[in-house]
Structure formats: C-alpha cells, structure tokens
Design a protein around this ligand. Structure first.
Ligand SMILES: Cc1cc2nc3c(=O)[nH]c(=O)nc-3n(C[C@H](O)[C@H](O)[C@H](O)COP(=O)(O)OP(=O)(O)OC[C@H]3O[C@@H](n4cnc5c(N)ncnc54)[C@H](O)[C@@H]3O)c2cc1C
Length: 421
C-alpha cells in the first residue's frame, strides 16, 4: 500500500520506520531539510513513562491562575489574549481538571508510554540504533516536604497502574547521582524518586538515525515540501497538495505536531491540539565529573536535566501563546539560573544554545491515535510533553492499524472520538 506520512518529527519518522518494516511503499513529507528539525530538535531527552500524570488536575486551575501574573512562571497561560483556539482548548482542559478525569488520563497515557518504552527497547536490540542513550533511569528530586509528599502520592497511583518507582533519601540521591553532592550538602533536597526503567537520549539524533533505517527499508523522505491542502471525496483523502507537486497515496498519517489541527481543519476535523511552547538550553560539558550521568527531573522547579554525550541539556517551561517560536529571554533565564546553581562546575556556561519548540498539547495530555471519519486518514499527533517517550509505540500501533493487524495495546480512549470527532 502507498502510505504518505505527513511530518518527519520523531513521531512521523517512527511511523514511517514501522510502516516500511511492514513492506509498505512509504513517502514522508516535511517542510524542513531533515528529520526532527522542529519540536523534536532539542527537547528534554527523557523517555519518561514516569511523567504520565496529565497536566490537567484538581489543583491546576488555581495554580495556573496565580501563575498568569508571573512572566517567568513554569506554566504561563494568558486567557485574556484574543485567541478562540486557546479558549476552546482551555475549556476542554478545565473539564479534565477533576480527580476522576486525572486518573483516567493517567491510565491512558501510561498505557502508551509503557508500551512505547518496550517497543524502543526492541528496536534498539534489533537495529543497534545509537542516539546518546542512557539506560540508567530518571531521578526526580524534590526541594520541599509537601512536594515530596505529593510526589509519593503520584508514585503510588503510577505503581497501581504498573510503573514502579523507588523512594530515596537525599543521601540515596547522591549515591544514584554523585553530581548532586553539593546540592545535598547545602540541604537543598528533601528526597527523590527513582524510575529505574525510564531512559534518556537525543531525540534529534534518534530521528535522524531512524530516518536512515527507514530509508534503508525503502521509505522515501521528501524534505523542503510544504503541505498546503488535503483534498477528499467525503469518504477518503484523495490528494495531498504541496508546493512541490501532489501525492495520491492509499493511506495518510497526520503527524504534523502542533500544526496538525491547521491542516486537519481543511477536512472539517477539529483536533483539540494547541501549542505549548517550551524552552531548552544546551551547554558543553567541561568537567564530566561534575555533570549528571542520570537524567534528572527537578519536580519543584519543573525542569529536566539530561546528559547527551558531552553536552548537558536543561529543558522546561510551558507557555500557551499560539503558534510562535520567538525566543523570549525572560523564559530562558530560569533554566540558565537553575543549571548553573545545581551543576556549577559542569560547564563554564559561556554558550547556552537556547531553543524553543511547540509541544502539540491535547487538553487531557493523551495523544490522538487512530482512524478518523475518512477511511484512509490516521492520526498520530498531540503527544504534548511526551512525544519522544511515546513515539515508537505510537508509530507501531498506526503501522498495525494500516497493515490490518490488531495493535498490541487497547486503543480505547486514545482516538479523536473522545472529543466527539
Ligand atoms: C522544551 C521541551 C522539552 C521536551 N522534553 C521532552 C522529553 O523530555 N521527553 C518527551 O518525551 N518529550 C519531550 N518534549 C515533547 C516532544 O519534544 C514532542 O512531543 C515531540 O517532539 C513531538 O513530535 P512530533 O513529531 O509530533 O512533532 P514535530 O517534531 O514538531 O514534527 C512535526 C513535523 O511536521 C512538519 N510540518 C508541520 N507543518 C507542516 C506543513 N504544513 N508542511 C510540511 N511539514 C510540516 C514540521 O516541519 C515537523 O518536522 C519536549 C518538548 C519541549 C518543547
């Protein structure tokens, strides 16, 4: 079957790989010059099933309201901006801020994340793909007792759904990550949680290497191609119109990240995906003994620290401010301040290499996976904060659906039908 995958981010590239493995005639279209050039370019690098807790939760509306007055807040939401897409998304987000919805959404996200971790592991064993991976888990650090208590409650919920985490004292944290010794000596940490089976690695390098593996299996990557319109006959997508000639595939996978809803609306599909802008900085490591080897999430400051080869990346913050990739120094500053304070000797931090990207966020933090009202159009988008974590599993299930196989996970609650689409 001829399948067009729209988008060569980490999600589209993973889909293309599994489709090519199944023997389909795959063409990938992307406006950039290579794979992984937009949101998959410089993310936090974590394969973190442990972050399956959705953004929407009972205490979040009040906290988000307080943060609206703080320009460097971890989550910045400006509801007074004229933005109907944001208001519509925000109302759906509010509807998910109950304890019951939080539990359901956590279950759905974790289902995809745990499966994806297993698919990534199998892929690594099969292909020996290299992407600066670290397989030694993710350490969550806490700076206040109430946050640590909250973290332990979430860990208990995740444990009930199949994800195990160990509770650590500050001393245990140093045993796991010696580069935290100074912070613990200064009394900055109250404890930690360790997700031993989680991982980290460079999503850009992974996307580039996986694109090569997909190409070796026959997938064709057409870069520098702007997708303009999708034509349909009411039942099927019939044509993909681009600025560089058209494609007429048998099946289409929509993996355009935050831009998916802009293309889908031409077909009358309303995808509740809104960009949540995040930032990262990447510094050269100059003293390897003072840099972390385990990927760390600072749960108090909402940031992640990941070592990628000889580089140290810190990523975080979210801003709901539309489809813009303007680098705001006010949003970058907390990342720089925190990495310099937690790992002061790891680098001279002369060059920070700041970047921002648009997380394709759904109101319930669960991706949009599966078919649509068009027989040959499939969605693989809306992975929000966990697109790298969920890419392999999502790609595998879409390839299964297109190849006529039952996916290995339950698909209930993962599709557009949960939003009435
Ligand atoms: C600061 C930050 C930190 C993060 N940290 C993590 C993390 O630690 N772990 C994790 O799992 N996730 C993380 N994420 C989330 C993750 O990066 C995203 O979920 C993921 O990259 C989304 O991948 P994607 O392929 O869906 O989108 P993208 O990577 O954005 O790919 C979409 C592609 O579509 C193309 N495109 C769009 N429109 C068009 C068009 N009209 N024509 C042609 N091409 C088009 C783009 O060029 C792009 O290549 C983070 C995100 C940010 C911003």
């Amino acid at each position: 079957m001829k399948v067009a995958v729209l988008g060569a981010g980490v999600v589209g590239t993973s889909t293309a790989y599994f489709l090519a493995e199944d023997g389909h005639d795959v063409v990938v279209l992307d406006r950039q010059g290579g794979a992984g050039q937009e949101t998959s370019f410089a993310n936090g690098g974590q394969i973190s099933a442990c972050h399956a807790k959705p953004w929407a939760g009972p205490k979040v509306p009040w906290q988000a309201f307080l943060w609206t007055f703080q320009p460097d807040a971890p989550l910045l939401f400006k509801p007074w901006r004229f933005d109907p897409a944001l208001w519509s998304w925000g109302l759906k987000f509010l509807a998910n801020c109950t304890g019951e919805r939080e539990r359901i959404n956590m279950d759905r996200t974790l289902r995809v994340a745990l499966y994806s971790r297993a698919v990534l592991k199998a892929l690594r064993q099969k292909t020996n793909i290299q992407y600066d991976q670290q397989l030694n888990g993710i350490l969550h650090i806490y700076r206040t007792k109430p946050e640590f208590a909250h973290g332990r409650r979430t860990a208990a919920q995740l444990a009930a759904l199949g994800l195990a985490q160990d509770v650590l004292t500050p001393g245990d944290c140093v045993k796991v990550e010696p580069a935290l010794a100074d912070a613990v000596r200064k009394g900055e940490l109250v404890g930690g949680l360790m997700s031993c089976d989680d991982e980290s690695g460079d999503a850009l390098r992974f996307s580039e290497e996986l694109a090569k593996l997909a190409a070796a299996r026959g997938a064709k990557f057409r870069y520098g191609v702007d997708i303009r319109t999708l034509e349909h006959d009411g039942k099927r997508v019939t044509r993909i119109v681009t600025d560089q000639g058209d494609e007429t595939p048998d099946a289409v996978v929509l993996s355009l990240g935050s831009y998916s809803p802009l293309v889908a609306r031409q077909l009358g599909l309303k995808l509740p995906v809104y960009p949540a802008k995040g930032y990262s900085i990447t510094a050269e490591i100059e003293d390897p003994s003072a840099a972390p080897t385990v990927s760390i999430t600072d749960e108090t400051r909402f940031m992640v620290f990941t070592r990628l080869g000889n580089k140290l990346r810190v990523a975080g913050t979210a801003e709901l401010a539309g489809w813009n990739t303007h680098l705001d120094p006010v949003r970058v500053a907390p990342l720089a301040k925190n990495v310099m304070s937690l790992f002061p000797r790891a680098s001279s931090y002369k060059e920070l290499n700041a970047w921002c990207g648009l997380r394709p966020a759904t109101p319930d933090s669960v991706p949009l996976l599966g078919g649509t009202k068009f027989d040959n159009l499939f969605l693989n988008t809306g992975h929000g904060t966990l697109g790298w974590t969920m890419a392999c599993g999502s790609g595998r299930v879409i390839a299964d659906l297109i190849s006529g196989r039952d996916p290995e996970i339950e698909m209930d609650g993962l599709g557009l039908e949960r939003f009435g689409g």
